[in-house]
Every structure is written in structure tokens, then in C-alpha cells.
Write a protein that binds this ligand. Structure first.
Ligand SMILES: Nc1ncnc2c1ncn2[C@@H]1O[C@H](COP(=O)(O)OP(=O)(O)O)[C@@H](O)[C@H]1O
Ligand SMILES: [Mg+2]
Length: 330
């Protein structure tokens, strides 16, 4: 009975048993007086994928950067908790963060041209985490780098090990960054709009590739996306973020089929109308950080808002297996 690997059922079969890999609880992030993240709570089990969805300026990248320890005091003030297995990330020293980053937690940015170093070959950049975290020998690093390049669909990887980033196309550079992020088989992958800097013709391909690798490694992943339908298609769970708050979180199929929060409903109608060639965006925009309304931050744009919405912040409630923060859930 100890061959746990073969007997482990899929995550979805045993929701209550597994400890979360990542548990973010009441996390707030301030830049000076501006509350950029406000009481964010999320949990991710091993092997689970989460789509973090919301308009530009919602705070998605801020959350990803905070998780990976690139936004820290004194630049920002963090309150609340981010636990990765048994490690409290908000308290972690930089030296300890360096042992997690690129090792147990991988990061794929939106823009590979900015993330890759133009002065080093792609082989050297893929090999760097293998040296730093896994202490592989020079020969083993080169072998593994070529394998990784092959696994992310780079043709003739041995010939390309010594190429510099600018010698590769944007799509190939993105693949290199994915190889760097996955080099040490991270338990958690953060992918911040991993395809939005790419040509539409290869976006789906790259998304497929990342998902395929995440599944092959049985890693957990957070995909930052602004498209609700795409998020629901590729992720197990969806968290909808508005103005630094999670307004709805739950299983993808439920959130997409029957969104409960008026903001999620608005995002969904954008999707549907887009399908019929008419884009009806939610009127208005995210308020600036220095003028955030008290109460529900979505209230000024919400078709259902009543007096209480602008006065008191709705707490997240469990409804239909989801967390929803709204005073008027249908
Ligand atoms: N370096 C920064 N300095 C000050 N404010 C920032 C910085 N980066 C982002 N912000 C602000 O934080 C908020 C959240 O931004 P961001 O996390 O980039 O959102 P998203 O990734 O969802 O588009 C926005 O109001 C943005 O203007
Ligand atoms: Mg962003």
C-alpha cells in the first residue's frame, strides 16, 4: 500500500483531503496610501490550475509579483498571509526566496524580450537554474537544456543552444522562457498573460504547450488572463479580480455557465457579444487607486448597486460551491 504514486487519484476526485499547495489569505498590498490588493484570498491544491481574470489594472500582475517575492517591503507593504506548503512567503527572507524562485515556483512573463537577457545564449539561460538550484554538472546542464528546448517544441535544439535571444523569433523566445520557468520542474507555475505579446496565430499553440507541460509535471499553475472564456476553457478554477479584490472564485464551468457576481456577468456578456461580432464592454472603468470607493469597489459601475454597496464592503460568501462577494447575489 505504499506505492503512493500509482494509487494517487486525480485531484478532482478528492477535493477535501489534499492540503493546499498555495494558500493566500486576506492578503493586502499597499503602495504608500494606495491599497492595490485588498483582502485577497485564494487556495490552490497540487495539480490544480487557476485562471486569474480581470480587466487591465485589476491587480493581477501585482499579485503574481507579490507571490514570487518581487514586490516586497519597503517598496510595498504586505499584510495577511501567503503560504506555499509550510512556508509563509510574506515573512520570507530574500535569500530563501531565491531558493524557491525559478525552482519550486516558476514564472512566465508576458514579454520574453524583456525577460531574457540579450547578452547570454538561450542555452546558458536555460542552464542557469539547473546550475543554481540543482547543481547539475556543465555536461548534464547542456543535455538537460537541449531536452527542455525539445520539450517546448524548439526544433533542432542542439543547434540553437548557442543562439542569442535576438536570433530567435518572438514565439521561439517565448518557448525559451517557458523552458527556463519549467527547468527545475516547479510545483507552482505563475504565467502572467503568457501569450498576449505574441501573434494571434501562435497564441493557442503556446497556451497548449504550457498546459501540456504543467499537466506532464503535475504542477499547479496560475494563469493571469483577461479573457474569461479562455480561462474557463484551460483552467480548473477561475478567480475574477476587480480593483484589487477577488469578487468571485470557483470551478470554471460553474463560473462561466452561471456567473453570480455582476462583474463576472458583465465579463461574460462581453464574451457572448463578441461571439456575435458585437462587443459590449462594461460601461466605465476601474477607479484610480487614489480614488477607490469605500464599500464594494465595483459599485459605481454596477447595474444592481444599491445604497449599501457604496457604504459597506460585501464579504465573500459561499454560494453554489463558490466564493462571491456581493450584497445582491441572485
Ligand atoms: N510600479 C508601479 N507603481 C505604481 N503603481 C503601479 C505599478 N504597477 C502597477 N501599478 C498600479 O497598480 C494597479 C494594478 O496594476 P497591475 O497589477 O499591473 O494590474 P493588471 O496586471 O491586472 O493589469 C494599477 O492601478 C496600476 O496602475
Ligand atoms: Mg498585468
Amino acid at each position: 500500500m505504499h506505492s503512493a504514486v500509482a494509487l494517487t487519484p486525480r485531484v478532482a476526485d478528492i477535493p477535501a483531503i489534499q492540503e493546499p499547495l498555495l494558500n493566500v489569505s486576506d492578503l493586502s498590498l499597499r503602495r504608500g496610501k494606495a491599497v492595490v490588493l485588498d483582502g485577497v484570498s485564494l487556495a490552490l491544491r497540487p495539480g490544480e490550475t487557476l485562471g486569474l481574470i480581470g480587466e487591465s489594472g485589476a491587480g493581477k500582475s501585482t499579485l503574481a509579483l507579490a507571490l514570487i517575492g518581487l514586490l516586497r517591503a519597503p517598496e510595498v507593504q504586505l499584510d495577511g498571509s501567503m503560504r506555499f506548503r509550510d512556508t509563509e512567503l510574506t515573512q520570507l527572507r530574500e535569500a530563501d526566496y531565491r531558493r524557491l524562485r525559478g525552482n519550486k515556483i516558476g514564472l512566465i512573463f508576458q514579454d520574453a524580450t524583456a525577460a531574457l537577457n540579450p547578452c547570454f545564449t538561450v542555452g546558458a539561460q536555460i542552464a542557469e537554474p539547473l546550475k543554481r538550484h540543482l547543481r547539475l554538472s556543465r555536461w548534464a546542464r547542456r543535455e538537460r537544456a537541449a531536452e527542455l528546448m525539445h520539450s517546448v517544441g524548439i526544433p533542432e535544439p542542439r543547434m540553437r543552444l548557442d543562439a542569442y535571444p535576438h536570433e530567435l523569433s518572438g514565439g521561439m523566445q517565448q518557448r525559451v522562457m517557458i523552458a527556463v520557468a519549467l527547468a527545475c520542474n516547479p510545483e507552482l507555475l505563475l504565467a502572467d498573460e503568457p501569450t498576449s505579446a505574441l501573434d494571434v496565430t501562435i497564441q493557442a499553440q503556446i497556451m497548449e504547450l504550457i498546459l501540456d507541460r504543467v499537466r506532464a509535471l503535475n504542477s499547479s499553475a496560475i494563469f493571469v488572463l483577461h479573457d474569461l472564456a479562455l480561462g474557463a476553457q484551460v483552467c480548473d478554477r477561475i478567480a475574477v479580480m476587480y480593483a484589487g479584490q477577488i469578487v468571485e472564485e470557483g470551478p470554471s464551468e460553474h463560473v462561466l455557465a452561471a456567473p453570480l457576481h455582476p462583474y463576472t456577468q458583465g465579463l461574460k456578456s462581453c464574451v457572448v457579444e463578441l461571439g456575435s461580432r458585437r462587443l459590449v464592454p462594461i460601461p466605465g472603468q476601474i477607479p484610480p487607486l487614489n480614488a477607490m470607493p469605500g464599500g464594494c469597489r465595483f459599485a459605481p459601475r454596477c447595474p444592481k448597486a444599491k445604497t449599501i454597496c457604496s457604504e459597506q464592503r460585501p464579504q465573500a460568501e459561499t454560494r453554489d460551491g463558490r466564493q462571491v462577494a456581493c450584497w445582491f447575489i441572485d
